[in-house]
Design a protein around this ligand. Sequence first.
Ligand code: NAD
Length: 499
Amino acid sequence: MSTVSQTIDLLPEVSDFLARDVHAGIVGGKPMFASNGDTFDVLNPATGQKIATVASLQADDVAKAVDAAEEAFLKSGWAKMQVNERGALLHRLADAVEAKKAIIAQIESLDAGKILAQAEGDVQNFVDTMRYFVDLAQHVNYRNVIAVRGHEAWVARHPWGPCGFIIPWNFPFLLAGWGLSPALAAGNTTVLKPAEDTPLSALYLMEIAKEVGIPDGVINVIPGLGHIAGAALSDNPKLKRMSFTGSPEVGRLVAEACGRNLTSVKCELGGKGAAVIFDDVDVADTAEKLVNAITFHTGQVCCDATRWLINKNIFDEFVDECLSRMKSVQVGNPLDSNAQMGPVVNAKQKDRVLGYLEKGVAGGAELILEGGAAEVAGCESGFYVKPALLSGTLDNVAAREEIFGPVAYLSPFDSEEEAIYMANNTDYGLANSVWSADLTRCARVAEAFEAGNGWINAHNVFPHGVPYAGVNKSGMGGGVLSPETLNDYLRPISIVRPL
Ligand code: NAD
């Protein structure tokens, strides 16, 4: 592992945006500061330095945001607009975001500690997601006639009303796109609570939304702390739909609050994904792809392959291939084009990663690659860790719990049956991959996974149109990114007239 720290200059638009005294939330098209004046600081994970002060909205502010979304739903014309007119506005938003990709990517990189090229990929993904759902919405059957004897009958589909979104810090802009796009394309209005570590790109989005003419109140962004603003949003009875992405622990709280109000809730939660690697793979190529996956965004990826289950015939060879690659990963400031892996998001997350290495070893795991804190010259207060490899049995705490860092846990298997058992022996059920030259075997194993997603000879694959969801402790409520997701944001009503 080596470190780098030569960074690029910030764009003037980014410097201007960051120069504000306090970043307000945007509610009903207007800046909103906390009713009690509270703020919180946002740090750059690469340097540990403060980059912004943000309004910490309170429960009464959040109630006003939901009211603004409700008013926009009823009065702005958004919900009743022809679907192609609404689509034209949202396409304008996607185009404007794409035109400002470099600006948003720098903001995201500074805010989330994301490698700049990966931040650019996230912004493009937002654009692609919005275009996908907007185009899909043009082809929905909004009035579906049903042939039943003796009756005239049809199902009509309308938007629901105000919808809430609570998102985590690992993919702030991309996940805003995954959440907002289907809801908006279907004609709903929205209230988005970004994570307190990473609120900036969503606030910048609001400037673009204003410029392109999205009506006030259709998108509202409420920065704030989870237990205050997040809790108030999930508890608001005026919301018609709630979508939460984050940890299972908080997901449970959000689902409980929604349950009390009988608000439909969708949860996209954590994971402890497996990669099952058979002995007929190209070992070097597979090792490279999995090392890339576990170091991508410093391992802070819910669907990552964190348990590598390797056929015993190639175990040692596979470990050697991984070791040399992991050791050469360049850890550095995400704005440095030579950096391959940036920091984790904050000091707590750094302690979490280092703590799991200690607990894993204490529980009997072998440390194949040591990991630990990393120093990056010029960024001494940044939250950097080195990639690490552990090996052992799957009852180890580091193999069972979500670490959310660049740490893979390796275990050998004998047979296909054992590999499937090992992959499924977890509380989670988000995403696993299977790696083999035998595609029939791949299909068989992928279908045997008890998870929302099974990938073949690849990891982290999200084509628009394919549902992405978790089961068990990884999620509930239907998932994202597919035609079903758009349907979730349309309220069906059956109309029947006896003939
Ligand atoms: P988190 O659950 O701590 O926070 C997520 C969001 O919930 C934040 O906006 C936070 O402010 C808010 N929140 C916190 N307490 C709250 C409360 N009491 N009521 C309402 N909202 C509250 O998660 P995190 O640490 O930000 O993100 C990491 C987790 O997210 C990991 O478990 C990861 O696997 C998961 N994740 C899942 C997916 C997916 O698609 N399945 C995607 C990304 C991240």
